[in-house]
Design a protein around this ligand. Structure first.
Ligand SMILES: Cc1ncc(COP(=O)(O)O)c(C=O)c1O
Length: 1009
């Protein structure tokens, strides 16, 4: 049929509408597979959809369609659907004769407003759940409706999908292999599939046929439209079709399908036997789709709609092919609230009637008690990652521990989140960023190498291999066991290769037989000797390996597939305890810690371990840290940890005794400062440093008046709050005290003066404050400012501003403090200290956060003159300031910055990142400004009129957290995203950051404001 001779133009549609329905409206074409569809707009009304059939359409079929809509309209379900409108003659279906003399049927339906599902970004779990829910309600509403026309042959019916076998020749080899695989699976299961529940279903809930609410943050499926494919078929097909579309565009297709399944099951409960066919049905819908596209590409090359879903369908099919059908089934079962593994209960019942002894597993050991060992991500026993990866040290610690408990076997680990596996080899990209395989599925028994391991029940060898490679199993044996009720498997990992591979597949091992001997590193996969013992109810397709650890997102399924091995031994000390409970932590905090302490993120995280640029939560999930300039040289830097531990073991006392550590640290710092700044006082925090600096001002010139910037922050003590506009001008604040003089934030982007040359203007503002002080008959005490104003929103000072203001302040008798609490110690990249960017030398420099890499130590550097005036006879005593432990730590921090060339790293990675952010700002105009130096950057989010977008900035930070990237907001309007990661932040880290920023900036909430 020539498409051009049957096509209807919008103008024609408008005329038809008026003639048949007496309605005047404007028509625009919509895509349609069979009918010609037009959106009819009438002013502000919801409007209609006009459907004009192809010539010689089967009218009975259209009558069935209209009856179906009427049935839904009358159903009890709370369901939105298009309503059929009658024409002037009271008919639900009208007829016209087209220009070629052909009869065409016309129908008018109400328009359902909203946006289409395909336009929603992101499609998060809640949204996908609502899609499932909506489809379930629709299936429910259609129960009881039948019509002869609903029983027909249809290529798109999953039940009839085997026609696709005839077209395999259209595909290349790999694609063909995938199609054949699914066709065969479908064919093999056909007899049980054909007995599944049937009814009339929508049969095409694709991403252009579901209307969604306009809510940008929490969109919900609202109504299904286009019932043109509705037919009588297996009910599960509707969910299969929904899933086929619902997983498109997601990295992890199976995971993406689960919320859809859960949602559907919540409104239309599925049967277990239906779930058995869901994996293949989803695949068959995609098989139909790609086969249709291949055929139609040849038939109607101009009809783009036909091609719309070809590429994403292939993407999903290829991924789906990699998923174990059995694992998919267990995941669906779990989503619907059934036991993930159908035999889980049977195994538990069987095991609870037995009681095995550990001495049966290890007959040469003859011990039946265990001592639990905590190897979890938060375990203090395992210590630093450098230590737990040192196998000799690890073994030594195990031996020492064993000596204290000679009658027990050291064991544990079931469902334990392990840090050992959180190295990148165990990572994959999931639907929200990287995921680590971290949850241990077996029990580890820490015994000497060569310890014989015996089987505690009869079994058949199914795997006996050398699973070679670092952190693999080495010698691995898996046995299959048969009871009256079920079969299950036991796994023995980390054996010697020789003993494991002595076993041959299909060998029968009688209860009590030797399985193998425990191996040593490296042949056991490079571990301290131990047995990894695991129970499995399914082997899936594994032949030479089997997961011993699982992703957190899949743990509910895995723990059903791999039950607790301790069910066999019933050892009290191995009974699983959930270590931390977030609700308890939050509640206690609420009741017993100060209410003004805040928690970050809408859903707070419990961090238990740091590692370089990453933090890890209690589940072993890694977060890339882009905000922590306190962990200056990387979280838990080993040299720093050691320096602290070693000194702590010797002495920690105040600075009234001679100790070389305080001198060494002073030397290290003085080396980095201009020669004039050569006297140091050590304190414990940035606040204390600024507090002392202000005391020095008073001692220097006897004046109390301080000039500081708007939105500046200098600490939490009384004096510091008094000079921090960020606090006294913010919530709970009471404005500037008498002796504090605030000049406008020197923000060249959105401040009082904007653009390139604002230094003079802002300097004049400082001059005004000097005059105000002088007009009150007083003199200037000091001037304090950060080289980049952090809380102000990473505001870079205009070029020449500091030079000018230092001059003005000094002329007025004041002295100048550079607050380097955030900016110091190499972070600026080009210079070691922030003030050096501006070619000035302050009288006092305060140093804080980065100095201790997380340990509380800070410092004040000043000139001899300032120090001498401060030493007016009153002793300066600080109990903790400058103690040997803090000084050992800080010395190591400064030495590492120099040794590892971290300032250079800040420069190179920072410049790369800044350039990438600038690129991003072209793509996403919401980024109004990109600024900063080195690894101290900020991006400011604004609308066209430069209004701040706080909600979008907060959304961005929270969404980045969902993707495992920690970011934080700042600025007076909370619309600046600050980036100040540990200085070891690499180019790869920066690239990862950009990938996810790009993803989130494209989301609906970031684009519509
Ligand atoms: C610029 C600046 N100065 C001083 C301080 C106070 O430091 P601390 O929190 O160590 O007392 C801070 C803390 O955020 C700061 O950002």
């Amino acid at each position: 049929m020539d498409y051009n001779t049957i096509k209807i133009e919008p103008k024609q549609a408008e005329n038809i509408l008026f003639e048949l329905y007496g309605i005047k409206g404007s028509a625009s074409s919509l895509p349609g597979y069979v009918d010609f569809n037009f959106r009819i707009k009438i002013g502000n009304e919801e409007g209609y959809i006009l459907k004009i059939s192809r010539p010689d359409e089967n009218k009975k079929y259209l009558e069935y369609q209209q009856q179906l809509l009427q049935f839904i309209e009358k159903s009890d379900e709370n369901l939105i659907a298009p309503k059929a409108i009658k024409d002037k003659n009271n008919d639900l279906i009208s007829e016209i004769i087209d220009d070629f003399g052909k009869t065409r049927c016309v129908r008018l339906l109400t328009w359902v407003s909203g946006k289409v599902w395909s336009s929603v970004n992101p499609q998060l779990e809640d949204f996908r759940f609502s899609l499932g829910e909506q489809c379930g309600v629709l299936t429910k509403a259609l129960q009881g409706f039948d019509h002869p026309e609903a029983h027909y042959y249809f290529d798109w019916d999953v039940a009839q999908s085997l026609w696709t076998k005839e077209h395999l020749h259209l595909f290349e080899s790999y694609e063909k292999e995938i199609l054949i695989n699914f066709q065969n699976k479908f064919e093999a299961s056909h007899s049980s599939y054909s007995k599944l529940r049937k009814s009339i279903v929508h049969n095409d809930p694709n991403d252009n046929n579901i209307i969604v609410t306009q809510d940008l943050l929490h969109p919900k499926a609202k109504a299904a439209i286009d019932y043109g494919d509705a037919m009588h078929t297996q009910i599960i097909n509707d969910l299969a079709i929904l899933c086929a579309y619902g997983v498109m565009g997601h990295h992890d297709s199976l995971n993406a399908s689960l919320a859809l399944v859960k949602g559907y099951h919540s409104t239309f409960p599925l049967q277990e036997k239906e779930l058995n066919h869901l994996y293949t049905s989803i695949a068959m819908r995609l098989v139909i789709s790609v086969t249709k596209s291949a055929i139609n590409k040849i038939k109607e090359p101009k009809n783009e709609y036909l091609l719309i879903s070809e590429q994403p369908a292939w993407e999903v099919l290829k991924k789906w092919y990699q998923i174990s059908p059995e694992f998919a089934l267990f995941s669906f079962r779990n989503a619907c609230g059934f036991k993930a593994h159908p035999n889980e209960q049977k195994f538990n019942d069987w095991a609870s009637n037995k009681s095995f002894q550990l001495s049966e597993l290890f007959p040469t050991i003859q011990k039946n008690e265990v001592s639990h060992i905590d190897l979890s991500v938060s375990s203090k026993w395992i210590g630093h990652e450098k230590e737990f990866n040192d196998l000799e040290l690890f073994q030594f610690k195990i031996d020492q521990l064993q000596k204290t408990i000679p009658n027990k076997i050291i064991a544990g680990g079931y469902l334990e989140p392990r840090a050992v596996y959180t190295s990148t080899e165990y990572d994959r990209v999931g639907n929200s960023g990287k995921e680590s395989r971290s949850i241990h599925l077996g029990i580890d028994f820490w015994l000497a190498h060569q310890t014989p391991v015996h089987t505690i029940f009869d079994g058949k060898v199914v795997i006996a291999v050398n699973d070679e490679g670092d952190k693999e199993y080495g010698g691995l044996v898996v046995l299959e066991h048969q009871t009256d009720e079920l079969s299950f498997y036991t796994l023995y990992g980390h054996l010697t290769v020789e003993s494991a591979t002595k076993n041959k597949v299909d060998d029968i091992l009688k209860k009590g037989s030797l399985i193998g001997l425990l191996g040593n590193y490296p042949e056991n996969g490079n571990w301290a000797p131990h047995l990894h013992f695991q129970v499995m109810l399914s082997l899936f397709e594994y032949k030479v390996d089997y997961p011993g650890v699982a992703y957190v997102s899949e743990i509910d399924v895995w723990k059903s597939v791999c039950p607790d091995p301790n069910l066999l031994f019933q050892l009290k000390s191995l009974q699983f305890k959930n270590k931390s409970n977030h609700d308890e932590l939050i509640n206690y905090r609420k009741n017993h810690l100060g209410k003004s302490l805040s928690l970050q993120y809408d859903v707070p995280i419990e961090m238990v371990r740091g590692a370089g640029a990453y933090l890890m939560d209690s589940f072993g999930r890694k977060y890339l840290d882009t905000v922590n300039n306190v962990a200056h040289i990387g979280h838990e830097n080993y040299e720093v940890v050691k320096a602290g531990q070693e000194q702590m073991a010797l002495i920690n006392t105040n600075s009234r005794y001679l100790h070389e550590n305080i001198n060494t640290l002073a030397k290290e710092l003085i080396e980095t400062l201009p020669p004039q700044l050569n006297v140091l006082h050590f304190v414990n925090s940035g606040s204390e440093a600024n507090e002392l600096a202000i005391r020095m001002v008073k001692a220097y010139n006897g004046e109390r008046d301080i000039i500081a910037s708007e939105v500046g922050y200098h600490g939490n003590t009384n004096m510091c709050i008094d000079i921090s506009s960020y606090k006294f001008d913010g919530k709970g604040g009471q404005g500037a005290p008498e002796h504090t003089h605030i000049f406008p934030l020197p923000d060249a982007f959105r401040g009082k003066y904007r653009g390139d040359n604002t230094a003079e203007d802002y300097a004049k503002e400082v001059e005004k404050q000097i005059e105000i002080i002088q007009n009150k008959g007083r003199k200037v005490g000091g001037f304090i400012i950060e080289p980049i104003i952090s809380c102000g929103g990473q505001i870079e000072l205009p070029n020449g501003f500091l030079n000018k203001t230092y001059q003005l302040v000094r002329e007025a008798g004041g002295i100048c403090i550079s607050d380097e609490v955030q900016t110091g110690c190499g972070r600026m990249g080009k210079t070691f200290w922030g003030f050096q960017l501006h070619d000035v030398i302050p009288d006092i420099v305060t140093i804080g956060k980065p100095l201790g890499n997380g340990h509380p130590i800070a410092a004040v550097a000043c000139t001899q003159e300032v120090a001498n005036r401060f030493a007016n006879g009153m002793e300066y005593f600080n109990t903790f300031g400058g103690n040997p432990v803090s000084c050992a730590i800080a010395t190591e921090v400064i030495k590492t910055v120099k040794r590892e060339k971290l300032q250079e790293n800040a420069l190179h990675v920072g410049e790369f990142l800044k350039a990438e952010l600038k690129e991003l700002s072209i793509e996403f105009p919401i980024i109004g400004d990109v600024r900063g130096q080195g690894l101290f950057l900020g991006i400011e989010l604004v609308d066209e009129d430069l209004n701040p977008l706080e909600a979008q900035t907060n959304y961005l930070a929270n969404r980045m957290k969902d993707h495992g990237i920690l970011m934080s907001t700042d600025g007076p309007d909370n619309n600046v995203l600050k980036i100040k990661p540990p200085m070891i932040f690499s180019k790869e880290n920066a690239e990862e950051l950009i990938v996810y920023l790009r993803k989130i900036f494209a989301e609906d909430f970031m684009k519509n404001f």
